[in-house]
Design a protein around this ligand. Structure first.
Ligand code: ADP
Ligand code: ASP
Ligand code: MG
Length: 409
């Protein structure tokens, strides 16, 4: 008898019929004797609508009230899922983040989970009660509602799995596993049976939104296997039909490149004529950090005259206004700032890269052959990323997928 956390994403709870199908799967796990906790997202499209309401009212709204509004979608589905389970004779109750409680940091809109008290849920397992938890939300020490950033229900699910000491965290979604790239962009994408935490972490942070980055981070740290699987297929999680995200040593074969990821949500900022003196970069990035802006790629050119230099970096596109405001500092008075949101970052990821040469060269040659200009490059031990113009996204992803031999036969 295992303890399993099962999370259902937006499309898997998009209407009553889908909630019923999801409830059938939970009921089937309970029938097999497992202790199950369920985490649900808002019905598909609902969170977008709630975000839109806040933006329509004001684009500088109070972030605490934003959280109050956007967290509400998950409350509806948690209640509906509990009703659907009860209808199937399963003892179930809903939990909101504040009821557990799921204690989060004060960073509204992208809070981090600090602590989950699973004692009461564990107690109720003895009565064979299924806990249905609203994903994406938590509460601060001071009692205000928070949300975990878009896609955050994945993180709720893994954090709950850790708190309950669960054997596995099943993430039910609209694809039947993790693919070598987004199957919506490349029809030749292949399903991966097992992938290491490290590779999944890179893929997720480089744009494969099938799992929220923090969920993978937490699973890695706490060694909780995640299974990504489809809520539309007949099989249930315990049949292990999906992709298992697990420890590297549990995987027999390692590919050189295991996946291609991309993101369209970043914008490039270039600062020209920045004083080339100690401490200036620190001040620029301090100013961004103070506003909680996540800076990604950073490139600084060699200064030709030793007096001024250029710095290029990328930030989330929706934080561009905030970035421009944060850059109003004295040290940048003489600098020019240029922004470009018409970019995409494309990355190839693979643990095998550590021990193979020529991986970067294949990437650059493939893009060159297609006439795609590379604007920025960055590498780490198991990934290579490039920035190119947005119009080349599909062409670049498909060509790279094929160049690294990832296309399905
Ligand atoms: P949910 O609403 O269930 O949380 P998401 O939309 O957040 O689902 O994530 C699932 C989507 O992730 C898929 O529909 C797919 O288009 C996208 N995706 C991006 N990269 C990948 C990948 N490498 N493998 C599988 N799906 C991917
Ligand atoms: N409903 C939230 C979102 O759309 C959280 C989630 O689905 O994971 O971002
Ligand atoms: Mg998601």
């Amino acid at each position: 008898m295992a303890c399993i956390v099962a999370k259902f994403g937006g499309t898997s709870v998009a209407d009553i019929e889908r909630i019923e199908r999801a409830a059938d799967k939970v009921a089937a796990e309970v029938k097999r004797g497992h202790k199950v906790a369920v985490v649900v997202s808002a019905m598909s499209g609902v969170t977008n609508q709630l975000v839109q309401y806040c933006n329509d009212l004001s684009n500088s709204h109070d972030e605490r009230e934003y959280d109050t509004v956007v967290s509400s979608g998950e409350q509806v589905t948690a209640g509906l899922m509990a009703i659907a389970l009860q209808k199937r004779g399963v003892n179930a109750r809903s939990w909101m983040g504040w009821q557990v409680p799921i204690i989060c940091s004060e960073v509204h809109g992208k809070a981090r989970i600090e602590q989950i008290d699973g004692t009461r849920m564990l107690d109720r397992f003895k009565e064979r009660e299924v806990a249905v938890l609203a994903g994406f939300q938590g509460v601060t020490e001071g009692g205000r509602i928070t949300t975990l950033g878009r896609g955050g229900s994945d993180t709720t699910a893994v954090a709950l799995a850790a708190a309950l000491n669960a054997e596995r965290c099943d993430i039910y979604t609209d694809v039947d596993g993790v693919y070598t790239t987004d199957p919506r962009v490349c029809k030749n994408a292949k399903k991966i049976d097992k992938i290491s935490y490290e590779e999944m972490l890179e893929l997720a942070s480089l744009g494969a939104k099938v799992l929220q980055v923090r969920s993978v981070e937490m699973a890695y740290k706490r060694d909780i296997p995640i299974q990504v699987l489809s809520s539309f297929d007949e099989a249930i999680g315990s049949d292990l039909p999906g992709t298992l995200v697990t420890r590297e040593e549990d995987i027999m074969e390692q590919e050189i490149v295991n996946g291609v990821a991309f993101t369209k949500d970043e914008a490039k900022v270039t600062l020209f004529n920045v004083p080339d003196s100690p401490g200036v970069a620190a001040k620029v990035f301090d100013a961004l950090a103070q506003q909680n802006i996540n800076v990604d790629m950073i490139v600084q050119n060699i200064s030709e005259d030793g007096a001024v230099t250029d710095i290029t970096f990328t930030v989330p596109e929706n934080e561009l206004d905030k970035t421009m405001n944060a850059l109003k500092i004295d040290d940048l008075k003489g600098a020019q700032i240029r922004t470009d949101a018409n970019i995409t970052k494309i990355s190839v990821v693979g643990i095998g890269m550590r021990s193979h040469a020529g991986v970067a060269q294949t990437m650059f040659r493939t893009l060159a052959n297609k006439g795609i200009n590379i604007q920025v490059i960055s590498t780490s031990e198991i990934k290579i990323s490039v920035i190119v113009a947005k119009e080349y996204l599909e062409l670049a992803v498909r060509s790279l997928h094929s160049a690294y031999g990832l296309d399905q036969e």
